[in-house]
Design a protein around this ligand. Structure first.
Ligand SMILES: O=C(O)CCC(=O)C(=O)O
Length: 398
């Protein structure tokens, strides 16, 4: 096990900021973002990342969160639906009082009623409308705010992930979407393009804080695209599939909301009739695999926010270099949420209860996880000794 005391937030975020941010530049509203020393804002887009120098020390102690939840047990039908569609919406997964807490928190954050490391208060003369439009989304707040860590490791969300991509689950990324009226969408993309893991098991969990529908810019999924490979841009050639797919075409401008320039839309178009809006109520969570093409459109409502909390997870036994500037493995920076792993893993900074801080040790110092304990040794067919007389004609009497 490796301690994540050395803070690594910035290295984790840099590629995501630059890659996921830039394509949105053409469509994003212009927002008055203050120059921040500690965060990595992209003012034109309203996208902000929390950086390394703000990261708190990792805690191995249990935090204050003690709330108990009824475990969520995924049905076979839901499991099959996730595999068939590429996504699964679990209605009412997160209880209303939790969603209400998160919604109040987001309002406090927007209006600077709480001190958020890395975010500066709005200018004193800013109007309410200006304040509300300052942020489109903020990445990795779970590294500086306890409540974001708690939602990233929400037991009911982890219950579903454990069944869909587990049993061993690592929590990699959190994103808070604020998406005010007029806020930009995000064009077709595949999340594993941004966050590669080997084997590839990435899964997003998109929690609706407000009702999300076509008017205020809900998510859209191209069902069936979970079977597609990850399409590389020219600079990312080989990143997900190496050289194994002979005719894998390159795409351009993924995430750009303009389908004319985002050539991943050509792949999405193959799925005409299967591109569906994810209309969701507060507390609903959409789980979607890393290959699924998805997008969202502009919030065209006059006065409705479309706030959501998104976590990205992978199987904890998958290797990743996501966020490394040096090309080194970064598993030690991502929280072991469920199960166990033979790989290094990170701890929650605020001690939210999860697999990383549950007592479990094995002789080799790895964490194996309950499922591994239950795992049988399978049924290997044994070699049977050949009876030398069996095929000897002399031994047969007819
Ligand atoms: O919520 C959105 O607008 C986009 C979210 C998204 O693409 C993601 O979480 O991967």
């Amino acid at each position: 096990m490796v301690d994540t005391n050395r803070s690594s937030v910035d290295s984790n975020l840099r590629p995501i900021d630059s890659e996921m941010g830039s394509p949105m530049m053409m469509a994003g509203p212009t927002m008055a973002m203050p120059a921040m020393a500690a965060a990595r804002p992209n003012g034109a887009l309203g996208i902000t990342n929390i950086t390394e120098d703000l990261a708190l020390p990792t805690s191995r102690a249990l935090g204050a969160s003690t709330k108990k939840y009824e475990p969520y047990r995924v049905s076979v039908n839901e499991y099959v639906t996730f595999r068939e569609q590429g996504f699964l919406i679990v209605r009412g997964l997160v209880p209303p009082d939790d969603v209400a807490e998160l919604r109040t928190h987001v309002e406090d954050l927007i209006f600077s009623r709480i001190d958020v490391p890395g975010l500066e208060p709005p200018p004193p003369d800013a109007s309410v409308a200006e304040i509300e439009k300052r942020y489109l989304r903020i990445h990795m707040l779970h590294r500086v705010l306890e409540i974001h860590e708690r939602f990233l490791l929400h037991p009911r969300v982890l219950d579903v992930l454990e069944a869909l991509i587990g049993p061993d689950v690592m929590a990699m990324q959190s994103m808070l979407f604020i998406k005010p009226p007029g806020g930009a969408g995000q064009g077709w993309h595949q999340d594993s393009y941004y966050i590669p893991t080997i084997p590839d098991s990435l899964c997003g969990a998109w929690l609706a804080v407000d009702r999300a529908d076509e008017e205020n810019g809900c998510m859209w999924f191209a069902s069936g695209t979970q079977h597609e490979p990850i399409y590389p841009t020219i600079d990312k050639r080989g990143r997900n599939h190496g050289d194994t797919l002979a005719d894998l075409e390159e795409v351009e401008q993924v995430s750009n909301v303009d389908d004319e320039v985002n050539t991943l839309s050509r792949i999405a178009n193959k799925y005409e009739g299967r591109i569906v809006p994810a209309v969701m109520d507060p507390g609903d969570v959409a789980f979607f695999g890393g290959h699924v093409l998805h997008r969202s459109k502009q919030n065209s409502s006059a006065d409705r926010f479309r706030r959501s909390f998104v976590g990205h997870y992978a199987n904890a036994r998958a290797y990743t270099r996501w966020g490394s500037r040096s090309g080194d493995q970064t598993n030690d920076q991502h929280i072991l949420a469920r199960g166990g792993t033979h790989l290094p893993f990170g701890y929650p900074r605020f001690g939210t209860p999860c697999a990383a801080n549950q007592p479990r040790s094995t002789e080799d110092g790895t964490a194996d996880g309950d499922m591994a304990d239950m795992m049988g040794d399978g049924d290997m067919l044994e070699l049977t000794t050949v009876d030398p007389e069996r095929n000897d004609p002399a031994t047969h009497e007819d």
